[in-house]
Design a protein around this ligand. Structure first.
Ligand code: SF4
Length: 73
């Protein structure tokens, strides 16, 4: 498994554009972007419906929301 998520370069979680909570972003990047991306809600939606279908504010641990988004598409 690659160590870095293939969506990292354009993902607001990885590029720290998501919001004013840098410590949360660091945690997400460590837990998801640098190895656990196959568990990431954003990754799941991007894989299922395309990167354009990922809501800007969707967080990596929002797996239920991801499932609903995928089911609705
Ligand atoms: S938040 Fe998810 S989709 Fe974005 S770079 Fe990290 S693992 Fe990939």
């Amino acid at each position: 498994m690659p160590s870095l998520c293939k969506y990292a370069a354009n993902c607001p979680v990885f590029t720290a554009a998501l919001g004013p909570l840098p410590h949360i972003g660091l945690r997400y990047r460590k837990a998801y972007c640098r190895g656990g991306w196959d568990e990431c809600a954003r990754f799941a939606v991007a894989e299922a419906v395309g990167r354009a279908g990922v809501p800007a504010g969707l967080l990596p641990n929002e797996s239920q929301a991801a499932r609903e988004l995928v089911a609705a598409n």
